[in-house]
Every structure is written in structure tokens, then in C-alpha cells.
Design a protein around this ligand. Sequence first.
Ligand code: ARG
Length: 462
Amino acid sequence: MAMWGGRFAEETDSLVRKFTESISYDWRLYPYDIAGSQAHATMLARQGIISQQDAETIVAGLEEIRKDIEKGDFQFKEELEDIHMNIESRLTERIGQAGARLHTGRSRNDQVATDERLYMRHEIDETHACIAALQRTLMDLAQTHATIIMPGFTHLQHAQPVLFAHHLLAYVEMLARDGERLMDCRRRVNRLPLGAGAIAGCTLPLDREFVAAQLGFEEVLRNSIDAVGDRDALAEMLSDLAITAMHLSRLCEDIILWFSQEFAFIELGDAFTTGSSLMPQKKNPDVAELSRGKTGRVYGHLMALLTTMKGLPLTYNRDMQEDKEGLFDAVDTVKLTLRTLAAMLKSLRPRGERMREAASDPSLMATDLAEWLVRHGVPFREAHHQVGHFVGWCQSHGKTLAEATLTEMQASMPSATEECLGLFDPQRSAAARNLTGGTAPEQVARQIAFWQKRLADEKIHK
Ligand code: ARG
């Protein structure tokens, strides 16, 4: 008979047991379920609701169960539905009566919400560390190859020369915001549901603040209905993970393009690429492709949870049991992607000469020419038009911008001088963008120094 079986005359149908169980996946919550139960039992004794002796027996019994689970010596049972009842039932088997007192003043509704928050807090910290590690790898690459120039792209068309390091540092910035978002989410995750009971609180004199302090929660959730009835903390974490996955997917898309024969901007290590079962010559960027591909399932988990929640009346409904698999999978997927990408990036070798060659197309410096005219008094719109005319002239005469003579240039841009002929050097072009956030080597060096310090500080505070 189920633990809640008092009022039932018939056994649960075996199909229903299969249909309603969550132990096949929520067993992963065991460390958090045990920690929550230990704090709860300790509080019950402090409040005189159970004896000190019982509390100690419970805490020790739970410790034994933890060890059994870690050793693989614990038999999870489908008929016990979920992690909460599996642990409680085993505890009572082991320690008798005292175990039967553990669930005093508690419901699985506030219990599962507490377990999930402890799990998320832990995984937020883990993911945050994985993000920082990937940032460090990108930083190392940027630093090692600080002088390489490549074409920057808009619309996937050559735009302006940029430093390869500058491009990598853009991802460092994006990942930093991903980390910030997670840490911000952590503040809202780190609040205690326990004490809310099934929905309305408890007639026994529980000390929720004590339990919160024991478990490292910064606050106690103020409203019991809210505490058991919402899953927005999960939705928020999933949103954050979805954004991170989106960023990683874009990084991978860049890598896939750069690794193609058409770009040939980078090499990737053999250990991080795969071959074709048919074409012997192939070396494919499968890690980057799979990272891009896995983004879909992370988004999917966010959509699934939002959809599960959208029609639910307050408070707890069993629908909410569906919240866990997606969350676990999103966390596992994003963490593994972060780790694998960091490892892959360590094997990345930029082909600086190829990038430079691509960045040397003089039309990438057309903006430099327009801005030169602006500095010589031509209104920007007018300068833009003149340079556009010059570009068109060069194209129809089969010349690059750098091949035109000064006289030919002046036909479109009357105020052009000798100096303009020297503007078609990508190095010079990049160096001229010397303002905060710009791609000039001096600015990129500043950004590298900034991130070096920031990431080192973060390591110390960890
Ligand atoms: N396994 C359940 C879940 O994850 C635990 C809460 C069940 N509560 C209930 N009243 N049936 O949602």
C-alpha cells in the first residue's frame, strides 16, 4: 500500500504506477532531499515537536542512506513514486518510529520545491564556473593571437577589418552577461519554500527562519500559496540557460564557417573533429555542430515548462512533476557544451595569414576614406555618397580601390589628397579605431587587461 494509502481500498493500477512515478529521474535530487530533511528534523526537535533523540536518529539515518545511494547500494522503488517517499520509507525501515516522525509539518509540495531550489543553487554555481572557464580559454586565445587581423562581418559580408582577439572578446562579454544573469537568478532561487506545507502553512510552531539559515537560504518565501504553487524560478533558470545556449550556438556557427574551405580561417585539433564514414578526406567540426544542434532542446525545455505552467490554477498540481526532466537535461546539456567547447577551443589554431589576406581587400577601408573626408570638412552624407561613387567607378573599371590613381579618386572625391592612397592598410585601419570599445590594438589590449583582472578576481572569490 502506498504511503498515502490510508483511505484507499484498492491497490494502484500498475499502469498508473508507471505513469505517475518520478523516481526514475528525480532520484538525482537525493543530496538536496536529505539536506532538507536533516534541517527539518533538527528544527522539529528545537521546537519541541519531536525529541532530540529522534532528531539525531533521523539525521544519522539519513546520512547512512546518503552513503548507500552514493555506493549504488540503494534500491529505488517505482511503487514509492518519488525520491521523497523512497528516502522516507527506507529511513523508517532502518530506524523505525523516529523515521515516521520526519514528515511532521511538511508536505511533498513544499519539500519538492525546496529540493529543486537547492539543486538549482548548486547547478547555478557549477554552470557559472564552467562559463568562467570558457571565458578564460577565449581570453588565452585572444592574448596569444593579439595581432591577427581579420575581416569583420555584417550580413556575413566583409565589413571592416577587426582584430581576431576583438571578435573573441565579444564572446567573453556575452558569456559574462550569461554569468551575471545566472547569479541574479540565484538570488530569487535562494529562498525557502519549506514550512508552506501543502498550501496554507502549518498548525505546529515551525521555525522557518532556522531551516532557512541551516540550508543557506537568504530568505523565507513569504506566501505559502506562492511557495508551493509557482515554478518561475525554474523558468528563469531555463531562460538564462537558453540565452547561454544561443550564445554558444553563435560561437559555434562562427567556428563552423571559419573552419570551412571557403574561409579557412582556423584549424581544429584532430581530437575535436570527426571523419566521414564514406569520404576519406573529410574533417568535420561535429562538436561545434552538435553544440549548435543541442540549443534546440534547451529552448524546448523552456517552452515545455512555460506551457505546462500556463493553465494551472493555484497551487500545486501534479502537472508540475513534469518540471524536472527538462531542467535536468538543460543543465546537463549546457554544462557539457561549455566544457567541451572550452576543450575544443584550446585546440583551435587561427590561420593569421589567411585572415589578413581576406581583410586586405581595400573596399573594407571604404569607411576609413569617408571618415577621412569628414575630417576634411565634408558632411558625412556627402562623403558617403562620394566614396560610394568612387567604389562604383572602381568596380566598373575592374580596379580595386587601392589601384585607382589620385586623379581618378578626385573625380569622385574632389578633396582627396595623397594621404588617401595610404588608407588601404587593414592594420592602419584597425589601429585608427582607437576609442573605448573599438578594435584598435591599444583598446583590445585594455580589454584583455580588464578581463584578466576580472576573471582572476572571480577565481579568488570562488
Ligand atoms: N513527485 C512530486 C513532484 O515532483 C512531488 C510532489 C507530489 N505532491 C503531491 N501532492 N502528489 O511534483
